[in-house]
Write a protein that binds this ligand. Sequence first.
Ligand SMILES: *Cc1c(COP(=O)(O)O)cnc(C)c1O
Length: 408
Amino acid sequence: MFKVNENYLNLRGSYLFSNIAKKVAAFTEANPDKEIIRLGIGDVTRPLTPTIINAINKATDEMAHEETFRGYAPDLGYDFLRNAIAEHDYKARGCNIEPDEIFVSDGAKSDSGNIQEIFSVDNKIAVCDPVYPVYVDSNVMAGRTGTFNEATEQWSNVVYMPSTAENGFVPALPEGDAPDIIYLCLPNNPTGTTLKKEELQKWVDYANEHKSVIIFDAAYEAYISEIDIPHSIYECKGAETCAIELRSFSKNAGFTGVRLGFTVVPKALKSADGHALHPLWARRHGTKFNGAPYIQQRAGEAVYSAEGQKEIKGLVAYYMENAKMICEGLEAAGFTVYGGVNAPYIWMKTPDNMSSWDFFDYLLKEVNVVGTPGSGFGPSGEGYFRLTAFGKHENTKAAIERIKSIKL
Ligand SMILES: *Cc1c(COP(=O)(O)O)cnc(C)c1O
């Protein structure tokens, strides 16, 4: 007689994006003649670039010949990719990260969900609020979050760090007992905001002082346009002893359907009682993961070629032109907007203190535009709304014209 893992029964509601999909489906059924524009989901729309396609085709071709066929990849990743990552993402920025501290994977979502496995269930996590939902849900699955308070919409054993306009979307360092595991996503999804190097340094110093670990999600690193914003947490002094970094090829190179990412676990990162995390994560990879596919890793390598770099800059520029159009359009219409400068997300204040879901319904009904309610990312997201820059220029432009036309 089997039983299920009861932690899974504690998961809250259905996932934000399935709620949105249901509402949109119901609207479309009732209004089949209306054309909806989606600025909601965080998925790219531009095709893979020529250099990437060539690398994929070449690697696929190799698979067809006995001499060049490849079976299982090394579980931690091929050296050609780990070397390219270490060189371009770390050495070039003055970070002391070696190829064997880089663990290649099928993407940052799985790594961000799985990384908590190597920590004690007794560890207390801290997250920004609003937050990418994977961090909390994966800890709920692990049984680390305590009980859920319906009134506050918070877990008893999670430290929430509100990030709102009042604090410039920069949460204060936790007061009182230090959390053990601190999740930071910078540039941030959903708020699109980020931290300057000296501000991030304070978090690194805090973590080292309290023997906490920072799980740093840098999936949007390629969107940073301002100077003085670190692309990696290892640009901060002492981060090798307190931080794990998650990276992805999804948002910079358009690999959401290709699947490739990596996690950096420095060898110097140890628990207070002296256990290094590196061998634990290596063991976890070896036992539960059979390596990212050869073809994908060759595609990843191509991202770091001179042509590949030029092309992905083009992709980012395309989306950031949308971001600019959204920010300028909404500001001109009198809305208050944040983000959109170092990230493909625009975080807007809902007008007239409408709730996030009321504004969602209003936009859908009045102008047939779909965005993401801020409250879906956490209680402090209430009263905000997320738009993404991942659409096509024409659609983005049309959506902004429609939003500008509303009379509140
Ligand atoms: C999109 C995204 C990722 C990337 O996930 P992949 O699994 O690599 O596609 C990671 N973190 C955040 C916050 C994201 O928004």
